[in-house]
Design a protein. Sequence first.
Length: 419
Amino acid sequence: MTITAAQIQSASQALRSVLRFDYPADSVLSRYFRDLRELGARDRAFVAEAVYGVLRRLRTLERLCGEDVSTRKLVLAWLARVEGLTLHQLGDGLHGRDTDFFTQVKGREIGELSFAESADLPDWLAERLLASRSEAEVLALAQSLNRPAPLDLRANSLKLDRDALVEKLRADGIACAPGRYSPLAVRLEGKPALQKHPQFLDGSFEVQDEGSQLLGFLLQPKRGEMVVDFCAGAGGKTLLLGAMMRNSGRLYAFDVSDKRLSKLKPRMARSGLSNIHPVVIASENDPRVKRLAGKIDRVLVDAPCSGLGTLRRNPDLKWRQSPEALAELTVKQAAILASAARLVKPGGRLVYATCSILPEENEAIVAAFLEANPGFVAKSAEEVLGKQGIEIACGEQLRLTPAAHDTDGFFAAVLERQA
């Protein structure tokens, strides 16, 4: 692969905008590409890879660059030390001072790093993780979060099973294999463009991390039941629940964002599902929520969270989050869980989940809820999944990490209201 001067310049410009941390990196990049339509597909791919690569290893790269840090130097340091490229591979990409810097940074000793620097984490996040894990565990977790995520698909069981999807994809030259845990998961070896694939267009599959798919199997909705996806977002898990219900019963998709829920409608049309009812709510205390109190068989709460379990896909989150934002989130999570629990009928099931790796968003929220709500009891997530043929050693609560499971970082607790 030969890198050009124009590609390095474009990556440096894009990175400058991203590092302001005013908006999520993916939205900043999308706008950058919209404004520079002349960039070809290979140029865009390089820019995105460089920006995300620098975000993952930002503290290490800043140390390598020294005091005079620039986005151009960060990109060059990433190419030299993370990607391991040589001057020859950069082709016409370097001239003059760039060549000198690249040569210097290639052989530069990094010196002694703090633990947080060696893990490429902000100090506050490293401290939070070390409160519940050993240094070796945190380092292994951080390193796994600093690798790009694979691409997972979920077969739409209403249209075809997972094995049939694997066969069709392989017939089209797409290298893939069945997932390790979810009976619906397919893992791709590369990252092919799928938006125009016939099986995507006819709703036979959706892109969904395998860990996210397991939340549906923890909730285990049945035909004909009343089910609520309390924080539905764009509806990835809603679609899974609807298919598990075999398109019967009634499935409410609640969210406070009309913009997020609007993305569910075209996905519903592709999927063939007609049992989903999207509802925009003002808050967790919306009157439309209260009217369903005690009537719902199963409620999924995939709560708004720090998203720190998704750093493989969203590495900017570790730099954009803060202890202050986390404190606000935990208050919101507790309120949402308490409100969602009121919907559950006696004998019904409630699953609380986040894509966070922090105990204060996970175990602490569930422990406080159970103490305040003695009518609910915890069920073993491992047993719930095991009875469906999903073998995963996770114990009472589901804790997934890319280091241990090669999925995004997820937490989930299964709670049942006593009859």
